[in-house]
Design a protein around this ligand. Structure first.
Ligand SMILES: C[S@@+](CC[C@H](N)C(=O)[O-])C[C@H]1O[C@@H](n2cnc3c(N)ncnc32)[C@H](O)[C@@H]1O
Length: 268
């Protein structure tokens, strides 16, 4: 039995976040909403990336907190020259294996998105999906991304507020839980580790900067404070959610579609 990460000494919040994702690496790509399960969904993601970043045309992209490299592959499809960075080795192991299996030339780095160690003005584009909600110090992190981008370069944040469900989302979540107990919404439960992992997840969430929820406006304001301009919030993720719904139970798909999810694009 693995020791609970919270009981280890000399273990700070960042270590706990890293350990949490390392344990989730094994099943990450089996879950809809993480890996892509249809060509329709892939197209919807391509459309979102193209809408904000354009085609790659050989430009350089840094996919931060790449995990198993789902977004890195989408950028590679669009002909960006992609570097994926994550601080979890188990995530990167899977990312490297997937890229090798698909014959993709994606470069992977172990590192911290808050301190990339990459040279000044070295990337045309920075992306990250589902990273910002878990950042310990987002303002200094956004300043770091500003440093690493070339002038005119763009950052695209894809994230959400998972702390403040709307009344409708809350209702759907309760119904999903109820359906799961009847065995009707299998995607609401994630195996025997579920209770312990959920507890770790909630502890992390209560300790990070956006513990009250990563609202799009607050993230956009911090990007501006870090020096970004032309900050636009895109709340229209419906094409992606529609295609994902087929891989979720009915209630889970509806719950997801009603969450506060968004993409934010900003320029250096
Ligand atoms: C929800 S997963 C998202 C993975 C991927 N971006 C995707 O959307 O499929 C979060 C990832 O962020 C990574 N992560 C969290 N904070 C990080 C940091 N400060 N530096 C590097 N990676 C980080 C975790 O290791 C994990 O792989």
């Amino acid at each position: 039995m693995m020791q609970a990460v919270s009981s280890l000494s000399n273990h700070d919040l960042r270590d706990e976040i890293k350990a949490y994702w390392s344990r989730r690496a094994e099943t990450f790509d089996t879950q809809p909403g993480h890996e892509i399960f249809s060509e329709d969904e892939r197209r919807a993601w391509h459309d979102l990336l193209r809408k904000h970043l354009g085609n790659g045309d050989g430009r350089t992209a840094l996919d931060l907190a790449c995990g198993t490299a789902v977004v890195s592959h989408l950028l590679d499809d669009l002909e960006f020259q992609v570097t994926g960075l994550d601080w979890s080795e188990p995530m990167l192991e899977r990312a490297r294996a997937k890229a090798a299996a698909r014959g993709r030339k994606i470069r992977f780095l172990v590192g911290d998105a808050e301190r990339t160690m990459e040279p000044d003005a070295s990337y045309d584009v920075i992306t990250n999906r589902h990273l910002v909600w878990t950042l310990v110090d987002p303002l200094s992190c956004f300043r770091e991304w500003h440093r690493v981008l070339k002038p005119g370069g763009k950052v695209l944040v894809v994230d959400g507020d998972f702390v403040n469900p709307s009344p409708l989302t809350r209702l759907l979540k309760q119904l999903t839980g109820f359906a799961a107990r009847l065995g009707l919404a299998r995607d609401a439960v994630h195996g025997p580790l579920n209770a312990e992992m959920a507890e770790t997840h909630n502890r992390i969430l209560s300790s990070v900067y956006f513990s009250k929820g990563a609202r799009a406006d607050a993230v956009a304001a911090l990007l501006m404070e870090a020096g970004f301009t032309k900050v636009t919030i895109d709340r229209n993720m419906s094409a992606i959610h529609r295609t994902q719904r087929r891989n979720f139970s009915l209630l889970k798909g509806l719950e997801r579609a009603t969450q506060h999810r968004y993409a934010i694009c900003a320029e250096k």
